[in-house]
Design a protein around this ligand. Sequence first.
Ligand SMILES: Nc1ncnc2c1ncn2[C@@H]1O[C@H](COP(=O)(O)OP(=O)(O)OP(=O)(O)O)[C@@H](O)[C@H]1O
Ligand SMILES: [Mg+2]
Length: 456
Amino acid sequence: MLSFARRRYLVSWLALAGLAATWAVMLAFDWSARLGTIALAPWVALLAFDAGMIGGIAAALIAIGTWLAATEIGDAHWDNVQLVVRSAALLALGVGPAFVGRRLRAQERALRSTTVLQTALIDATLDGICLTDPHGEVLISNKPLRRIALELGLPLSGTVPERLLAVAHKVTEPERYRERMRALAVAPGEASIDEFEVAGTGRVFRGYTSPVAEGRIWALREVTADRELDRMRDAFVATVSHELRTPLTSISGFLEMMEDEEHALGEAGRQYLDVIRRATERLHALVEDLLLVAQIEAQRIELELGEVDLRELVTRAAEAVAPAAREKQIELGVVTDHPPAVLGDSKRLTQVLDNLVSNAVKFTPDGGSVTITLGADGGNARLVVADTGIGVPAEEQKQVFSRFFRASTATGRAIPGTGLGLAICHALVEQHGGSIEFRSREGQGTEVVVTLPAAA
Ligand SMILES: Nc1ncnc2c1ncn2[C@@H]1O[C@H](COP(=O)(O)OP(=O)(O)OP(=O)(O)O)[C@@H](O)[C@H]1O
Ligand SMILES: [Mg+2]
């Protein structure tokens, strides 16, 4: 039925039939005078609209002809003025709607080709994308999304949150997944990014959703290969650092043995030994950092908790960097103001402090200053390590806690480092139930703020 209604020229055929029927009525009842050309006008307009200019003019001529013929056959009369005015009116009706019809059809064609292009565009992306109305009903979806939905076994009907919830039992962390989906349902105005793994297949997907005008956009991307690469990198780092540890331990052992013989070496020999010792220490620190990162990744860090007085750790950290600070004429200040004791692992917290304080000295040019402030903040201990150094550009600051990240201000000046210190600090502070914040202004200085919950 619908395809019949959409058939081109259907309206023209109906209008022609209407024209013929009107003419038949004129003849049958001798109504040519009573009806006049006005009864034929709608059919002319319809024909013009549907069949175009030539069809419209032809319809106008036919209408005039049929009307004249009806008056001939009946006993109606007309004069020349009537003929001219009625012909002009019918011709105008044959031309005007033809223009409108042509323009509408052109617009429809343009709209259709835009839609085709847009569909081709969203189908050509690798991500699954769909748009829903405010209730979550799908309005548009692209091919990749339909394919992923099929592969994941998502139901074919229902709102998007309902469909996503229906496969909760198939992911590796169903409870977290359900919680996220429910959070999405109660906060429809918020954007969110989530990652989930399909149990058994190892496939990992990253979902992104964000409200748009009058609805919500959903995008789904498969990141299995990326996660596999991450896993390989972590495994590689863990293996290599583990393998490096054994020869390093042996080098350190032999170094120690040589120290006993140091007096027998000449001046040059002692210098060489010193260089070897420093290089070994650096390598050792690096390997320990790498191993710690691997442990953090595998969530295998065990804290040995106890009551810790941060003042002691700060004093020791300041003492450790004092020689380096002196060498660079950096003013090193420590301010303590009744910080509460914290429940923590003093070895790990020392690592955090050493990393922050050594960063501050390392990234501050000669003649600058570094201040460590320790105090209380509500029920927490608050530690601030501030410097007047090179800083980190604003756009890079959100990456400082990522592994191996080094800011352009550091690489540009060839300041050495691996970019592991802050990643380790972040993980350790979080594990202590605290928080760490990095604030910096390029060229002016940096402030790292650590808060740790006080021991009860
Ligand atoms: N106080 C600071 N001032 C300026 N930039 C800093 C500061 N602290 C960290 N950064 C920037 O953040 C990056 C990451 O710091 P992080 O401590 O993780 O690495 P690193 O010091 O370069 O190497 P590592 O600590 O592993 O020896 C640094 O390379 C540096 O660009
Ligand atoms: Mg560092």
